[in-house]
Ligand binder design. Structure first.
Ligand code: SF4
Length: 210
């Protein structure tokens, strides 16, 4: 069967499979997907730092120093737009000191301070939030298992990692099966565009929910 290509992305079978799952609920998952922080393009990290004054008031006092927000610089993954990337740092999780959370996860409501700050200043919710936070639990792959560059980037489910296995998979079991891409329609539309998402629905024979 030929690959399904939409908006320049090959749609992986993992997104087309039907599973009895629904989106997670924050009061249940407690933002488990934010346990390890996230990789961020260096350019996007600089943009977050330029907006530090917006974000700082939405974090606990002990986390307001922007110099503590990002870890070291890397340059070994060309899939990042600037060719360089870093990670958000982590802190002990106030819910469970045996675990960690991203420095930007607010202890009081388990919301992302970057998103909360954006909304509070009239910006779109995802305007400053790291790309891979907006996309998760989906991910764009640019190389194959041997490290060779793919002809088309592949949009898939980011389920082959330790975070997913530890409950950070943004899903709950439910009674009715549905295509995985429908569960994460917002994330699909984020990367394919709204028209790309609707094209995917049309090709899969399901009614768009956005
Ligand atoms: S930047 Fe925000 S959404 Fe991303 S891992 Fe940190 S707290 Fe979670």
């Amino acid at each position: 069967m030929s690959a399904l290509i939409i908006s320049g992305y090959e749609i992986d079978e993992k997104l087309l499979q039907r599973l009895p799952i629904q989106r997670c609920r924050l009061n249940v998952c407690r933002a488990a997907c934010c346990a390890d922080g996230v990789w961020v393009d260096w350019g996007q990290a600089q943009r977050i730092l330029e907006h530090a004054a917006l974000i700082q008031p939405f974090l606990p006092h002990s986390r307001r120093d922007p110099q503590t927000w990002f870890a070291e610089l890397h340059d070994d993954d060309p899939s990042f737009p600037s060719g360089r990337y870093t990670g958000t740092t982590t802190v002990a999780d106030p819910d469970d000191p045996e675990k960690t959370t991203c420095v930007f996860l607010r202890p009081e409501d388990r919301l992302c301070a970057i998103q909360v700050a954006s909304l509070a200043h009239g910006l779109p919710a995802w305007s400053l939030k790291p790309f891979y936070c907006c996309l998760y639990p989906l991910v764009d792959e640019h190389t194959d298992e041997q490290g060779q560059r793919l002809a088309q980037p592949r949009l898939t489910l980011d389920d082959e990692n330790d975070l997913f296995a530890r409950g950070g998979g943004c899903r709950e079991a439910c009674a009715h099966a549905q295509p995985v891409f429908q569960v994460y329609a917002e994330e699909v539309a984020f990367i394919l565009g709204a028209e790309g998402y609707r094209e995917l629905c049309r090709r899969a024979g399901v009614v768009p929910r956005l």
